[in-house]
Design a protein around this ligand. Structure first.
Ligand code: GLV
Ligand code: GLV
Length: 328
């Protein structure tokens, strides 16, 4: 790799990753606290040998067309529905994501959302802050105990298996659904039972979505599926927003079709479906699943290692299309 290799980072990421990049290349980092517009992204890509981008950057044929010098793209995210991977592969362009380093952080947030919804923690906190708490009452904020309730993992990969492991202190039986093949770790360590989707929906007291967004998972949760869930069920999503038909979720929550929801991701980020924020039985966080020091430093370092390996012609640690490596 020549000393002049030019790398574009579309939004400031932790220094740990930028330091690695600056040792080997000239680095331009978006100085603004906002994503690049499409035009800005394409203009910056025009001179870049490597780009590190976000889940909000669309990495498709138009992007590759605008980047004639590009030799690799590293996503600063585990989810990669923003990348047209088949198109990258067709062009022999390596692309990567950041698995593993954010698994624990995301699973911990998912469990936090489960607890927050089950025990009305956010609404209870608001009552205290409002100054209107009249004092202890036998009927205030009565929630659901998790112990012994069935936890459903939808899309059980690394994150789903970690949510299941975290639940062991609550002795929750585990049911699972989705994924390309059964997650052996989940079955072996947590005794998970795989069920067909309809049975899964009916069996779970808590459903935690940890699936990637694919044509198969888009709107997998919709009016028809809410009707099959338990009226006492809690739905948590730390995967991708469009897995849930968000307008249908608002209706289901409003009508008491299901009991509550904890959401970290939204169908049309940064917007929310109309009515969602007004519902008392939802806890809503702004896509912070990986927002811990450990995870974000790990993501920055891994994205940098991936990109530098692409530029140096060595093997990137977590390439999404390794079949292009070494292709002339
Ligand atoms: C965040 O949503 C990620 O995919 O890393
Ligand atoms: C992501 O790391 C997953 O496999 O769930």
């Amino acid at each position: 790799m020549t000393a002049q290799a030019h790398i574009v980072v579309t939004r400031a990421i932790p220094e740990a990753g930028l330091t690695l990049l600056r040792e080997k290349a000239t680095v331009w980092v978006n100085p603004e606290d906002r994503p690049l517009t499409r035009d800005e992204l394409l203009a910056r890509a025009a001179t870049a040998q490597g780009v590190i981008g976000l889940l909000t950057d669309r990495i498709d044929a138009g992007f590759f067309d605008a980047a004639p010098l590009l030799r690799g793209y590293a996503n600063y995210a585990v989810g990669y529905d923003n990348i047209d991977v088949p198109e990258a592969t067709r062009r022999g362009m390596p692309v990567s994501n950041t698995p593993d380093v954010l698994t624990q952080a995301t699973a911990e947030l998912a469990f936090g959302l489960i607890l927050a919804v089950a025990r009305h923690i956010v609404a209870a906190d608001s009552t205290m802050r409002s100054g209107n708490w009249p004092g202890w009452g036998p009927m205030q904020f009565i929630g659901t105990e998790l112990a012994g309730k069935t936890l459903g993992i939808y899309g059980p990969g690394r994150i789903g298996a970690t949510v299941a492991r975290l639940s062991r202190g609550f002795a929750m039986p585990i049911v699972a659904c989705g994924g390309r093949k059964p997650n052996e770790a989940l079955v072996r360590e947590c005794g998970a039972t795989y069920l067909p989707f309809e049975d899964f929906l009916a069996a779970a007291d808590v459903i935690c979505i940890t699936a990637p967004l694919t044509p198969q998972t888009r709107h997998a949760f919709n009016a028809a599926t809410f009707a099959r869930m338990r009226p006492t069920a809690i739905l948590v999503n730390t995967g991708r927003g469009p897995i849930i038909d968000e307008a249908a979720l608002v209706t289901a929550l409003r009508d008491g079709r299901i009991a509550g929801a904890g959401l970290d991701v939204y169908e049309f980020e940064p917007r929310m479906a109309e009515g969602l924020a007004a519902l008392p039985n939802v806890v809503i966080t702004p896509h912070i699943g990986s927002a811990t020091d450990a995870a974000r430093n790990g993501m920055a370092t891994l994205a940098a290692r991936n990109l530098l390996a692409m530029l140096e012609g060595t093997t990137p640690p977590t390439c999404l299309n390794p079949e292009v490596l070494g292709r002339p």
